[in-house]
Design a protein around this ligand. Structure first.
Ligand code: COA
Length: 635
């Protein structure tokens, strides 16, 4: 998923994180501010095309810690050829600059196409992240329904800010961010295709949807959440409607049609054509696709110990546990699915094509705080019509597709190894006290942990936001640097002095922060390289040798695929590895602890999520001890 991959030096913004509201996100105005969103967007700068020479130099530097010297020499030669005056590099660069002049963002449409819509592995585990919230305070069906009613009301409250264009603008490094992703996450859905998928967003249609879909016991329902006068249903009304849905679906069973969405995209593309041949099925699928979001009221889950609760909850959010549990109680193409179990487990799953984690988390932070403040009254039997159940006619062929999807989903569920750990010894506070970027400190700890396990450095991906630019998505921070390699090699070397190790640590952390600044200001290498390759394809030119190089393949084989997704709520996002022998690592650094979700595949004998999680914990502790025990030059 994330494995795809000048002018003069850019002024670097001061280190400063995404400005997170400390309390419930408050609208900037009580009433609609028409045009506010567009005028904000128009004021944002366009994504720059970095200078060709700068990217080539930075690419070579990034390869140093992860390839052999001969491979590096070969790449150097290829890059020289590529950059020859009047050569292919210059031609492609000119093409990119022209594209940048003609489009709102030269990269984003390509990125969505390559990273998501043409990516054919199942979205489940391989692309769509899960999000685990703290366990909520209920343990039965009644509690589940009550919480669900509050959650829907919380999302509607947030949606009002989107609809009214009163959502406060976010900032990073003092610069305003593109807010487009907020307008893409509700009322949208991915549609499977035979070779390439697409995404539809019904929020922008002339008749925006007024319903959500609720799935319970594998059965889908339309729940209208607005009254005919346009006012949202009250939480008490929602509660009554949800009770009706649960009553109507508890005793009946039906084929888990939703499990089809867990398939390999080519298989699902074919199965989809077959499914929607039937008019009833087509209408039902359309109702799901058009809905504002999907709410999954999950059935039972396996009994687990307190120690493994969060890891199991992460699995429930990421893939639903297989066909025996809740994988069929989903529509994984839906951009946003909230998931609520009967035992207080709660979270979400989102389809990645329209957005990154931060807008999703901001929405969820708002919802969680909203639910905390809301008290439900006594349920009354309202006069609202019962929610409509969505019907599916299951032919023998559809039944066969469902069985195949169950089988593949179960293999995938068995293969995924997920470990959620709360690192409770410290959070952002310790690196900050040592005047270091917490994110860089954590990334260097990950490098140390990996090196201790494997005795080499690997290509490492960290997502960096490009939202300072209009329609910006992400670029890659390459966390394995020459500076981090020097540090991790020295750390357990008894011949090295602690003062030297501290100096190497400082350099590694600084190098990471410098790369981060470079990435968020649009001057990193990966998306530019991808752009040059795409431009060659667009112009029907031969793909330059530099992209057929073994080093390029190595650089894109991310054995560590990582992402920081901070939040106000004590939650953690999770995702699968992006290569069969790799790890997915998502973390949420809070002030005094860090939530980690580490994943690997069981079929790979070299990797083990729990071992890496343990190694990261040890690395963080050892790095703190080093800093505490070593006098440092005055900072
Ligand atoms: N000394 C003291 N404090 C420092 C510091 C230093 N040298 N450097 C940073 N800090 C502080 C920051 O001011 C910030 O303070 P806050 O907690 O009050 O906000 C905090 O430490 C965190 O900064 P840092 O750890 O450097 O990270 P960041 O918040 O700048 O985030 C990225 C770095 C890469 C995660 C961020 O730029 C980004 O791109 N986020 C989006 C990633 C994304 O899209 N993920 C989802 C993919 S699905």
């Amino acid at each position: 998923m994330w494995g795809i991959c000048s002018r003069t030096a850019v002024a670097m913004p001061k280190p400063c994180g995404l400005l997170k509201p400390r309390h419930l996100v408050k609208p900037v105005s009580a009433t609609r501010v028409a045009g506010r969103y567009q005028s904000h967007q128009k004021g944002l700068p366009s994504l720059p095309v970095p200078p060709l020479q700068q990217t080539c130099e930075r690419y070579l530097t990034a390869l140093e810690p992860i390839v052999e010297p001969e491979e590096l020499n070969n790449t150097r030669k290829l890059l020289e050829e590529f950059q020859e005056a009047g050569g292919l590099g210059e031609k492609l660069q000119r093409g990119l600059e022209k594209r940048a002049g003609k489009t709102e963002n030269w990269l984003s449409a390509w990125w969505v196409q390559v990273a998501y819509l043409e990516y054919r592995l199942p979205v489940v585990v391989h692309s769509s992240p899960g999000l685990v919230l703290p366990r909520m305070n209920f343990t039965n069906k009644q509690g589940q329904i009550r919480f669900a009613a509050k959650l829907i009301a919380g999302v509607l409250d947030f949606k009002t800010m989107i609809d009214n264009e009163t959502l406060p603008v976010e900032y990073l490094g003092g610069k305003p961010l593109c807010m487009n992703q907020y307008y893409e996450v509700l009322s949208s859905c991915r549609i499977p295709g035979l070779k390439r998928d697409s995404v539809v967003n019904h929020a922008k249609s002339s008749r925006p949807p007024k319903h959500i879909t609720v799935v319970h016991n594998h059965q889908f329902f339309i729940l209208d959440i607005y009254n005919s006068d346009g006012t949202p249903l009250t939480p008490d009304q929602l509660h009554v409607q949800l009770e009706k849905i649960c009553r109507a679906s508890s005793e009946t069973s039906s084929e888990p049609v939703g499990i089809l969405t867990t398939q390999h995209r080519d298989s699902w593309g074919k199965a989809y054509q077959n499914l929607i041949k039937d008019k009833t099925n087509k209408d039902s699928v359309s109702a799901i696709q058009r809905s504002i979001f999907t709410l999954c009221l999950d059935g039972a889950t396996p009994q687990v110990s307190d120690d493994s609760y969060r890891s199991c909850a992460a699995v429930q959010m990421l893939h639903g546990g297989g066909s025996r549990w809740n994988s069929g109680n989903r529509w994984f193409d839906k951009t946003l699915q909230f998931i609520i179990g009967e035992d207080g487990t709660c979270g979400a799953n989102y389809e990645h094509a329209p957005a990154e984690g931060p807008p999703i988390v901001a929405l969820i932070d708002h919802v969680v705080e909203f639910t905390r403040k809301l008290e439900l009254g006594q349920s009354t039997t309202g006069s609202l019509p019962s929610p409509q159940k969505l019907r599916f006619n299951i032919t023998a062929e559809i039944k066969k597709d469902i069985e195949e999807a169950k089988h593949s989903m179960n293999i995938l569920a068995d293969d995924l190894n997920m470990r959620v750990e709360v690192f409770g010894h410290f959070g952002k506070n310790v690196p900050k006290a040592h005047k270091m970027s917490p994110d860089a400190f954590i990334q260097v700890a990950l490098q140390l942990a990996y090196y201790r396990m494997y005795h080499h450095c690997c290509a490492t991906y960290e997502s960096a936001s490009l939202r300072m630019f209009r329609l910006g998505r992400t670029d890659t921070i390459r966390s394995a640097s020459s500076a981090s390699a020097s540090f991790v090699k020295a750390f357990d070397d008894p011949s090295k002095q602690n003062t030297d190790k501290v100096s190497l640590l400082e350099k590694a952390v600084k190098a990471h922060r410098t790369y981060t600044n470079m990435a968020i200001s649009g001057q990193a290498i990966d998306r530019h390289l991808l752009g040059l390759k795409m431009q060659a394809m667009e112009e029907k030119l031969s793909v330059p040798d530099v992209f057929k190089d073994a080093a390029y393949a190595k650089a894109l084989h991310y054995k560590l695929s990582t992402s920081q997704v901070p939040s106000k709520t004590d939650c953690v996002m999770c995702f699968g590895p992006v290569v069969p022998n790799g790890y997915g690592v998502c973390y949420n650094p809070m002030d005094d602890h860090i939530n980690f979700a580490v994943s690997s595949f069981n079929t790979c004998k070299e990797t083990n999520a729990a071992h890496l999680a343990q190694a990261v914990e040890e690395a963080l502790l050892d790095m703190r001890t080093l800093l505490e025990q070593t006098p440092r030059a005055k900072l």
